[in-house]
Design a protein around this ligand. Structure first.
Ligand code: 5GP
Length: 222
């Protein structure tokens, strides 16, 4: 980084599976030229249309293990029987070389590791409109068996507990509003003025949003 250049901020976005975080994250990166997507490493196979070096770095289990042994990851976790991790390089290049902010779309175990290790990171939790809607979305996809859906809902319950260590929360009940909210949080933190951050915190405070979501029946499935 050249002298005096700005150092980017990592923004961690997590959400229960089915909340729509990939769509939200991709839209945010597409609309903010100073925001880049953190490209993770994974051992899972590419899905149709996914490209290595763009969506993920797709690696073998042996390569992933050797990266773990060489301490190349800032965080890593297993999810659905596969390994996922954010390398030190995935953040260093955009943040230090380009002074850009980085969006990390990761699951909650990895987010918890970053909470301890990456002091400058900011944490945004996306909530589904309600657990009932989440269940309907998972069933509506038609890709999973009833058992697999029950397992995912169980995971979603556990993932929701992690909301307590996040800074911000946004309910994804309207895609455009959600994207605007996430971009507003990023812009406020980037600007760094206390007034801007306080305003973003007041509008998207994790505790307030979570309490309103619970009292609106967000956690009920029946
Ligand atoms: P998918 O296989 O559907 O792309 O991702 C499965 C889960 O792994 C998602 O919750 C996704 O956010 C998460 N994930 C993707 N990359 C990483 C990563 O680098 N670290 C961690 N901890 N989770 C990740």
């Amino acid at each position: 980084m050249t002298g005096g250049a700005r150092m980017g901020v990592p923004f961690v976005v997590a959400a229960p599976s089915g909340t729509g975080k990939t769509t939200v994250c991709r839209a945010c990166v597409g609309r903010d030229p100073r925001l880049e997507f953190s490209i993770s490493h994974t051992t899972r196979a590419p899905r149709a249309g996914e490209r290595s070096g763009v969506d993920y770095h797709f690696v073998s289990p042996a390569d992933f293990r050797s990266m773990v042994e060489e301490s190349e990851f800032l965080e890593h976790a297993s999810y659905g029987g596969e390994n996922y991790g954010t390398s030190i390089e995935a953040l260093r290049v955009p943040m230090e070389d380009r002074g850009h902010d980085v969006l990390l779309e990761i699951e909650v175990q990895g987010a918890a590791q970053l909470r301890d290790r990456q002091r400058n990171a900011r944490f945004i939790f996306l909530l589904p409109p309600s657990m009932k809607v989440l269940e309907q979305r998972l069933r509506g996809r038609g890709t999973d068996t009833a058992d697999a859906i029950d397992r995912r809902l169980g995971v979603a319950d556990r993932e929701l507990e992690a909301i307590r260590f996040f800074d911000y929360a946004v309910v994804n009940d309207d895609l455009e509003n959600t994207i605007s909210s996430v971009l507003e949080i990023i812009a406020a933190e980037r600007e760094g003025s206390q007034a801007a951050v306080e305003m973003a915190r007041a509008r998207h405070d994790r505790q307030d949003v979570h309490t309103a979501w619970l009292s609106g029946g967000g956690s009920r499935r029946d």
